[in-house]
Design a protein around this ligand. Structure first.
Ligand SMILES: *Cc1c(COP(=O)(O)O)cnc(C)c1O
Length: 400
């Protein structure tokens, strides 16, 4: 007998830890901006695996690169060289405009790598007394799930019961450059910030915020670390969201879409002064980081973004989508905000909970995920067409 969606969900509930609260859909296939569930129903994907599927599901060029590489070599560890890492990092650093990159796997590992880099740079280059390095972060940040990272989260759900935590982090309000100025001490080595806070609900800071922060960090010999894991690689209408502020962060953390929607690949980008101060043989690493399969996939993932002009497309489709959402006649929407194809609808408090809307949207064939009580995020693959958006807006209008 064929298994229903309910069968799969019951099984997961039994054998998997309950650390997620998924929308009740069981996906079996994906192509471009669309997915199909186990019962054959089609949905438009408005989450893109939290922006890890910017290039669309199973992009043929990325799949082909993966298959090609799988037939020759997949994993060597960094104990040996492989012939894929150099060409990939050369392409990536040239595209991003940095001297070097350090490849890891998940986003959280990228963030951990940036934290380690900043601390080592602080001790070696800035001469901060040993063990005293401070890193400033923002309220409502999301940088991943390791114990160090959740330790400086302000979300009690993320860190409740997981302590004790790593010291050396100071929390300031997001979007407030003056607060950054006030928080810096001689022991501050870095300011870690998301150009737009994705998980917090697509919180777009005031125009020029990042530029002001950058100037403050430069004046104080502090590194600016941009977490572009969600906002990078075309999501907000530019290759990196920090480009809107005309700045070049000292360290950029990239992940999610770097893996082209099929494999975890993350990296930090920085120039020689930081990379050379921070890392020496043996002081950091990862068994899978920089493996040939990952590098072949990430290389193709970057090619697709460039060749298909996905940054321009994200900007154009994002403006169109936001315009259409703002045009919906309903008394339930408080605000539509975003940049490029990173968009959120804020539901009025009295209109209920975002979750009831995301579940109704699912029934209409639109997969979106709520963040917090009143925010619905829309972040479709960047390959989405105008016709797809029109189709989705019709369903969203029905639900709202
Ligand atoms: C998703 C995300 C991370 C963590 O990435 P993982 O691959 O889930 O570890 C870190 N920072 C931001 C801004 C993210 O959106």
């Amino acid at each position: 007998m064929t298994r229903t969606a309910q069968d799969f969900m019951d099984e997961v509930s039994k054998v998997s830890a309950h650390n997620y609260h998924p929308i009740p859909v069981v996906i079996a296939k994906g192509e471009g901006a669309w997915v199909t569930d186990v019962e054959g129903k089609k949905y438009i994907d408005m989450l893109s695996a939290y922006s890890a599927v910017n290039q669309g599901h199973r992009h043929p060029k990325i799949i082909a690169a993966a298959k090609r590489q799988m037939d020759v070599l997949t994993l060597t560890s960094r104990a040996f060289h492989n012939d894929q890492m150099g060409p990939f990092l050369a392409k990536f650093t040239k595209l991003a405009g940095y001297d070097k990159a350090l490849p890891m796997n998940t986003g959280a590992e990228g963030v951990e790598t940036a934290i380690k880099a900043a601390r080592r740079w602080g001790y070696k280059a800035k001469k901060v007394p040993d063990g005293k390095a401070e890193i400033i972060v923002c309220e409502n940040n999301f940088h991943g799930r390791t114990t160090t990272i959740v330790g400086f989260s302000t979300d009690p759900l993320s860190n409740g019961g997981f302590g004790p935590f790593t010291p050396g982090f100071k929390i300031i309000p997001y979007g407030d450059a003056k607060a950054l100025s006030a928080a810096i001490t001689p022991n501050t080595v870095a300011f870690l910030v998301e150009p737009i806070q994705g998980e917090a609900g697509v919180m777009v800071p005031p125009a020029g915020y990042l530029k002001q922060c950058y100037e403050i960090t430069k004046k104080n010999n502090v590194l600016l670390i941009a977490d572009e894991i969600q906002t990078g690689l075309g999501r907000t209408g530019r290759m990196f969201c920090h480009e809107y502020d005309g700045i070049k962060p000292d360290i950029v953390i990239v992940g999610k879409a770097l893996g082209g929607g099929l494999y975890p690949v993350s990296a930090i980008l920085a120039n020689d002064d930081i990379m050379n101060a921070a890392f020496e043989p043996g002081n950091h690493g990862s068994t899978f980081g920089g493996n040939p399969l990952a590098c072949a996939i990430a290389s193709a993932a970057l090619d697709v973004i460039v060749d298909e002009k996905l940054c321009d497309r994200s900007l154009e489709m994002g403006e169109y989508f936001m315009g259409r959402l703002r045009g919906i006649k309903t008394d339930k929407i408080k605000e539509v905000r975003g940049k490029g194809l990173l968009i959120a609808i804020e539901i009025k408090k009295e209109a209920g909970r975002a979750r009831q809307y995301t579940e109704s949207l699912m029934k209409e064939g639109v997969l979106a995920k709520e963040t917090h009580e009143t925010t619905i995020r829309f972040a479709p693959p960047l390959v989405i067409t105008k016709a797809d958006i029109d189709w989705a807006v019709e369903k969203i209008t029905t639900v709202l």
